[in-house]
Design a protein around this ligand. Sequence first.
Ligand code: H2B
Length: 119
Amino acid sequence: MSTTAEQLSQKKCAPCEGGVPPLSAQEARDLVAQVEGWVISDDGKRIRREWTAKHFKAAMEFLNRVAELAEEDGHHPDLHLSGYRHVTIELTTHAIGGLSENDFILAAKINRLPIAIRG
Ligand SMILES: C[C@H](O)[C@H](O)[C@H]1CNC2=NC(N)=NC(=O)C2=N1
């Protein structure tokens, strides 16, 4: 049985400096099903989720919380803010050029953060 979002969010990202293969497409599909709102990119190398925050400050507060999480876990997302309150987060494991469990661990933790969404 696949790791649940709850289990993912309890894990800590393992240091990754390469030398291991990315997850298979099937493994990635099983894990993405556990992290609500995230989708796998067409090339299968990253996952992405988008939010529209209530306003700029809410978007920035959310991004800062994500940055803290990333530093705590030593795994770093690509963060995008456009249209002043539209947040897109992409996760990939740069060291292996594809997805690792770290990406799903961080996605599960990001999903637990509060964000004031457009009402
Ligand atoms: C040792 C440490 O885990 C690595 O340098 C980390 C840092 N943060 C990282 N973040 C991401 N997204 N991919 C990486 O390969 C990566 N490598």
